[in-house]
Structures are given as C-alpha cells and as structure tokens.
Design a protein around this ligand. Structure first.
Ligand code: CTP
Length: 464
C-alpha cells in the first residue's frame, strides 16, 4: 500500500509538469464546490506501471476523472460543471457534454503544451444493465459503485485528488495485487455477459501489457461465448447496432495495433472470433492468408514510398483489409450480413458481397488467358483490395498472375494519348477509346515498345 503523500509525490514526479498542474487546478475547483475528485482507470494503471527511475515524464493522452458529490440529486451535473470551470482556465480546450450520462469531455488537439489530450469528467454513478448487453442507465451514486461497473481490477483503481486524504489510493477490488501479478481479472462473473466487447479488451490489455488473463476470468470468457453472448449483438434487437459499433471499434483497435497478430492468436484460442460469426475459426489456412496480406501491404507501401505512384497505394487502412480477410473466410452466404452488421464502409461491403462471383470468374477465365492484355482486360474491373482478396484465396498459378497484374501490368502507361492522336490527324470521336485500348494492349503484349513503334502500329491498323 502506498501512503497518500507518497502517491501524490509519485504523481507529481512522473507526470509531465503541465499535467500535474492541470490535475491540481481541477482538484482545487472540485474542492471549492465541496466535491471529491478522483483520477481513475487507465491513467492510474499506466502511472503505476511507468518505469520508476530515470524515465521521461509521462504525457497522458487520456485522463479519466470522476467527481463524487455528497448529495445524490444536487450533484448530478457536477462533472459537467467542473468541466466548464476548467475550460474557463484552459480556453484552448474544447468542451463536449454528453447529457444523458452526465459526462463532459475536454479536448486538446495538437496543443503546444498537451499535444492531443482527452479528459473525461464523469459524475460518480452506478450503471444498471436492465438486461444483458444493453446500454447502461444512469443514476448518481458513489465512487465505489462507479468503480465496480468497470471492466478489470487493474482499471478500477482510483486516486483521490482532493483533500482531506489527497493521494489516497482506492483499491476496492484488488487491482494493485493484479498489477503486481500481471493479470487481467474481471470484477464479477457477469462482466462479459453484460458487455461482450470486454472480451476484446481483455485480450488487448493482456497482449499490450504482457499480462495473463486470470484463469477464472478466462472461464467467464469461455462461458459467455458458449452461452451465445454474441448472438445478441447480431440479432434484430434495438441495441444490436450500438454494440456492433463498439465491437468494430475494439476490432479496429486490435487489428491496427503493432501487436495485432499476438492478439488475434489469443482471440482465436478463446474462440472469440465467434463475435463475427459462430462458424469463424482461426486455422492454418486463415493465418496463411493473413500473412500473404502482410506481404502485399509491405510490398505496396514500399513501392508507393519509392515511386510515389498513387495507384500503387492500397487505398484502405490495413486493419480494415485484415478484417475483410477474416470475413471473407466465412462461407459466401454469411459475408454480406456480417459486413453490414458491423457497418463497414460501402466499398468493403461491396467487395465482400461480390467476392465469390469475382473469384469464380477470375479462376475460370484466368487460366485460359494467353496474353498479358487478356489478363489486363479481365482484371481491370476490380479494385486493388478486391484483387488482393482474390489472390490470397486462390491457388498459386492464379495468385501469380493476379500479382503480376497488380505489380506490373496495371501500371503500364500508354505510349500515345488522345492529344497525340489529334496531333497525328485523327478526328476526335468514340473510336479514340478503341484505338487507345488497342495501343495499350499492344504495349502490354510487347508488340510496340516506344513512340515510333506506336505510331507505325497506329498508321498500319487505323489508316487516317
Ligand atoms: N471501460 C469498461 N468497459 C468497457 C470500456 C471501458 O469498463 N467496455 C472502462 C475501463 O475501466 C476503462 C475506462 O472505462 O479504464 C476508460 O476506457 P478506455 O479509455 O477505453 O480505457 P483505458 O483503460 O483508458 O485504455 P487505453 O489505455 O487503451 O486508452
């Protein structure tokens, strides 16, 4: 147990000075109004985990504060009032108020002092879940109950910032011990049933902090999944869309993190990919596809950095393409529904809806292509992400041709333009398209190699 004075010292020592100043101001404002103010959640966890000696001062990006009033009704808006008072002191911050939950946020974006900082200020509350996987309803209540509704013990620590007993650590659920033991533990057995996104959070914290999921907590995860907790998120009930959005955010968080492979592997062990669809399994073939995707992404990012050719960029973020690979691994009849449930962007939904048809077409037609221009004609209708999806799911000969197309043939530049045709005395009209396509095909097939050859070819095949 850390004595209060020592913890305050720890805060002032480890935090970069402007952050400490900000917490001091916030606490003074709360004290003037007769409230308690607490630093809670990830900030406390990260402060305790931060390297002790010689480390650079901590710049927090997220600060969670909770105001605890003494009078249940009078102080319902305490968090909002405190945020307003702080904004007066820090006019550079933007204030956001979320009425129904009595929370307020102060945001700094690319600030010269704070960088990007997001402070959430909540009023202590209990969240009741009227039925599992529903949105919390709100009522003013005490800090203990506020902490009890949180996901893991290591996130349910609080430090009181206001006197008396400023610096006192509130650890109702054994969070300090779990930090030491490096384990992720839920506060109660129903945690994952109430909020299935926490399964993803458990995995994310475990991998990121290099912690283990405590065995009983792992049992709760498996129980929640076995009992079909994800079905509720996929069904037709009114809460499903909000839950799906949160699931997508957690998936995004994981799939864009540098540790995404370890996290995905742990999700696979827990069979938690069922959140996408009950049939989804992370097996050897799916891993191979994901690895192929990484090679594509590395190759294209390198190419586009080197050559600055815009068309070489994979035009969607890697996390989304990884998610598309996971969804594409489902049987075709499930893909569309899953993509729509997750509210993916329109072009992702389009790809997943048409992937099967495109893949069948490509695998039937490609083997009989004899010339690069025929491959070009077949594949030009698909965008790069669709071609990557097709390639990673196809046998080697098809994959090689698709690869050759996206890395070489798709970038072949025409030797003559419409402007050139005009200069050479061709009357502008619909046949320009045909001529230019024909010239490009001849270039692709190596029949013409430079402008002079292109002009001779032109005069021979299209007399003026
Ligand atoms: N929380 C929760 N259940 C969720 C999401 C969040 O209980 N499904 C709680 C956690 O206690 C967490 C706090 O809300 O500490 C803030 O959420 P978030 O900012 O996502 O978590 P951090 O712990 O700050 O994580 P990170 O360091 O990744 O930002």
């Amino acid at each position: 147990i850390i004595p209060p004075a020592a913890f305050l010292r720890l805060l002032s020592d480890r935090l970069a000075a402007p952050f400490w100043e900000l917490l001091t101001q916030a606490s003074a404002q709360a004290e003037q109004r007769g409230w308690h103010l607490y630093l809670v959640g990830g900030g406390v966890r990260d402060l305790l985990l931060a390297k002790q000696n010689g480390a650079a001062p901590l710049y927090l990006q997220d600060i969670d504060l909770v105001v605890d009033g003494f009078h249940r009704t009078a102080d319902v808006g305490a968090g909002v009032e405190l945020a307003r008072a702080l904004q007066q002191l820090y006019p550079a911050a933007r204030l956001e108020i979320h009425g129904a939950f009595q929370t307020a946020a102060l945001l700094w974006h690319k600030d010269p002092i704070f960088g990007s900082l997001w402070i959430d200020i909540a009023t202590a509350r209990t969240e009741f879940y009227p039925y599992p996987a529903a949105n919390p309803e709100v009522e003013a209540s005490s800090i203990r109950q506020d902490l009890y509704r949180r996901d893991f013990t290591i996130n349910s620590l609080a430090v009181r910032l206001t006197p008396p007993r400023a610096g006192e650590m509130l650890d109702f659920f054994g969070g300090l011990l779990d930090l030491q033991a490096k384990q992720i533990r839920v506060l109660h057995a129903n945690s994952f049933i109430e909020d299935p996104t926490r399964i993803y959070r458990a995995v994310r914290f475990a991998v990121r902090l290099e912690f283990a999921i405590e065995p009983q907590t792992e049992n709760y995860i498996r129980y929640a999944i076995d009992s079909g907790v994800y079905k509720r998120t996929q069904g037709n009930n009114s809460r499903a869309p909000a839950l799906q959005t949160r699931l997508k955010n957690e998936l995004k968080y994981i799939l864009q993190a540098p540790y995404w492979q370890a996290a995905l592997s742990l999700l696979g062990d827990l069979d938690a990919l069922q959140c996408l669809h009950e049939t989804l399994k992370l097996d050897k073939t799916l891993w191979q596809q994901l690895r192929f995707l990484e090679r594509c992404l590395r190759r294209f990012n390198r190419e586009s950095r080197k050559s600055k050719v815009k068309s070489q960029n994979v035009p969607i973020p890697p996390w989304l393409l990884r998610l598309e690979v996971l969804i594409a691994y489902l049987a075709p009849e499930y893909r569309d529904r899953v993509a729509q449930n997750l509210q993916l962007p329109d072009d992702s939904i389009y790809r997943l809806r048409h992937l099967q048809q495109a893949q069948e077409r490509v695998s039937t037609a490609l083997p009989s292509c004899r010339l690069p221009s025929q491959v070009f004609d077949l594949l030009r209708q698909y965008d790069l992400p669709m071609l990557i999806l097709i390639a990673l799911r196809s046998p080697r000969p098809v994959r090689s041709l698709v690869w050759q197309y996206v890395t070489q043939w798709a970038n072949v530049q025409p030797l003559l333009s419409g402007h050139d045709l005009k200069q050479l005395g061709y009357k502008p009209g619909p046949q320009y398209r045909q001529i230019l396509d024909d010239l490009l095909a001849a270039t692709l097939d190596g029949i013409i190699r430079d402008r002079t050859e292109a002009e001779s070819y032109l005069f021979e095949h299209y007399p003026r």
